[in-house]
Design a protein. Structure first.
Length: 611
């Protein structure tokens, strides 16, 4: 009942066609991550540049401009990916088809890690916005973050359309409030009413060595590249769009790009004009809003609330895109196939639950700190960008459709630029934590390949082609019983029904005392049950091991075509808690025996009538 209350009633397969979303809702769901990045991308740039003091604001505009150009390049490249793979899969499908399965696995591993980090970073950023407005909540950062992760998980388990209905509108409040902040800030600046703040350290580039200074600029650029995270989610989530899926997805992607440029560019310009630097316990956007709106006014709190909501809902981009990606990997045998199964509400619920567990783990380990999580971020997504664009270049040159040279040029530029950025991010953030991602990606790729090999080998072994039929020439039936109860009598009757000239039936009794064995022998004689009785002495009161050892010895003497069938008598209780009152010997025995090659296990249930 609680499950139905939380996620709703079951949906029929025919309702799958209705589990799609319109462009306005898709922009809110799939673009929340990319749009919300503007709330912390500029801050990550200035967090690095802060070491050079006020002069940092001279280098902020060119760094932001380079990131904007990079964003345009990636978005234009991904429009080609969407047109090529309207069924979804995005970068993974491109790499797998035109570069080979290994590159597809690299992208799959990169995006799986990135999606989990998206949730952890977004929720932690949203929590930071809340604690900035209400500092007394700062000690409860982790608990607040975990609460929002669980809440989003439950919402997404309710289905695509319902989660879209619940989460589609808050992102527009963020867009409105940010545009209001930027417009107000620009108006006040050009009116001469917005004075820059003084920075505590008046450093200069000449104070640093050339190589150190360049390293700082590269590291700041790498931090700002988090503004591009989330772009790939639109390409991965094309199947969730209403028809025409391809056209609608491209329009949403272009809208995302335009809004990201305006918001990220606007915040970066305001930060440069006002001269604010990151502070512990308060976000950069909070400082800008307090200055622009003239204190902690209604608009300040409205912006902080909208920022917190968009940052929290940015995690929903991962919940929308990652399960689809996981289903793609599962359908091709690279991860367990349970991730390709839709749940009661027609969503890939196993992927959603895995994301929830992974994100909570990261939040707890890193104490909900955005600055601790950011170094792990963006490495995987830019690696995916690079491989995807390279795959598109190979596609254009191989298939040579009309206009392929221009398309190959666009994707080639995209691959080159994102490749350089990948190297920059990996090198500048390596010691800060990027090494964990760079280590995790190849480990996941090896795991994917091992799972794929298992599924391939299993399919070959289970195939009926060119296989000789399996003949049983003799069946040795064993019935383990402790006493001659009703379940035991049921099992004996079932064994009789299987009896023929090629079958022998043996009752096996594991005895901890001679008295119990003698009592069972008398009961069998009274009931005129003439099956052979084998008594296994167990002076240490063990049950499973002596029985398994007996079966092992029996298996050693089997001839080809002979098998051992163990019939386990069990009773079935009325309610789940009744099982807690009894030992689970039958279940344990069945589990152990299923691993044995020449042993067949059958359970004969006896349903208890009394409660």
């Amino acid at each position: 009942m609680l499950r139905r209350l939380l996620i709703g009633s079951k949906l029929h397969n025919r309702q799958l066609t209705h589990e799609t979303i319109t462009k306005p809702k898709a922009l809110a769901i799939f673009a929340s991550d990319a749009l919300s990045s503007v709330a912390y991308a500029t801050e990550e740039i200035l967090l690095v540049l802060a070491v050079i003091g006020q002069i940092a604001f001279h280098y902020l505009p060119p760094i932001a401009f380079c990131i904007v150009l990079l964003l345009f390049t990636v978005i234009l490249s991904y429009t080609h990916v969407i047109r090529t793979y309207p069924e979804g899969g995005g970068a993974y499908s491109v790499a797998k088809e035109f570069l080979g399965p290994t590159y597809g696995c690299i992208i799959g591993a990169s995006l799986v890690i990135d999606y989990v980090l998206t949730i952890a970073v977004s929720i932690s950023s949203g929590t930071a916005a809340i604690t900035s407005a209400f500092p007394s909540l700062f000690p409860h950062t982790v608990a607040i973050a975990v609460f929002f992760i669980v809440l989003l998980t439950i919402i997404n388990l309710r289905g695509i359309s319902e989660s879209a209905n619940l989460l589609a509108y808050p992102p527009y409040f963020f867009i409105f409030s940010m545009l209001a902040l930027i417009a107000t800030g620009f108006y006040r600046y050009f009116s001469g009413d917005l004075a820059p703040q003084a920075t505590p350290y008046q450093g200069h580039a000449s104070d640093l060595g050339n190589l150190v200074f360049v390293w700082i600029l590269l590291k700041a650029f790498a931090g700002g590249c988090t503004a591009l995270t989330g772009v790939e989610a639109v390409a991965d989530g094309v199947p969730s769009f209403k028809e025409p899926k391809e056209s609608n997805a491209i329009k949403v992607l272009l809208s995302l790009g335009g809004l990201s440029v305006i918001l990220f560019g606007g915040i970066s310009v305001l930060a440069g004009w006002i001269h604010v630097l990151p502070q512990h316990g308060e976000t950069l956007v909070s400082q800008i809003a307090e200055t622009v709106f003239g204190g902690r006014t209604f608009m300040y709190y409205f912006l902080q609330a909208a920022t917190a909501v968009i940052l929290i809902l940015a995690a929903n981009t991962a919940f929308a895109g990652a399960p689809i990606m996981a289903a793609k990997l599962a359908s091709e045998g690279y991860i367990p196939r349970v991730f390709a199964l839709r749940g009661d509400r027609l969503v890939f619920h196993n992927g959603i639950l895995l994301l929830c567990a992974g994100a909570i783990t990261l939040v707890v380990i890193f104490h909900g700190s955005v600055h601790s999580l950011i170094p792990l971020y963006a490495v995987g997504v830019f690696l995916a960008f690079t491989i995807a664009q390279t795959g598109m270049v190979v596609r254009w040159n191989r298939l040579k459709p009309k206009g392929y040279k221009m398309n190959a040029l666009v994707n080639g530029i995209g691959a080159t630029v994102t490749g350089v950025v990948t190297i920059v991010i990996a090198s500048t953030k390596f010691m800060a934590g990027a090494w964990l991602v760079l280590l995790a990606i190849p480990m996941l790729v090896l795991l994917f390949k091992k799972i794929k090999r298992h599924y391939t080998d299993m399919a070959q072994e289970l195939s009926s082609q060119n296989q000789s039929p399996y003949y049983v020439v003799k069946n040795h039936i064993l019935i383990p019983i402790s006493s001659l109860s009703k379940p035991a009598l049921n099992a004996l009757e079932f064994a009789k029904s299987m009896s023929n000239e090629d079958t022998d039936i043996t009752i096996v009794h594991v005895s901890s005392s001679p008295e119990t064995a003698e009592k069972l022998q008398k009961k069998l004689q009274e009931k005129q049950i003439n099956f052979e009785l084998v008594v296994i002495e167990s002076p240490y009161r063990e049950l499973i091991d002596p029985l398994v050892n007996y079966i092992d010895n029996l298996e050693k003497n089997l001839n080809p075509g002979e098998v051992v069938t163990v019939i386990i008598p069990e009773f079935v209780a009325h309610t789940w808690w009744h099982y807690l009152l009894h030992n689970q010997t039958g279940f344990l025995l069945r589990t152990v025996l299923l691993l044995k090659k020449n042993t067949i296990v059958a359970s004969v249930p006896y349903h208890l009538r009394n409660r």
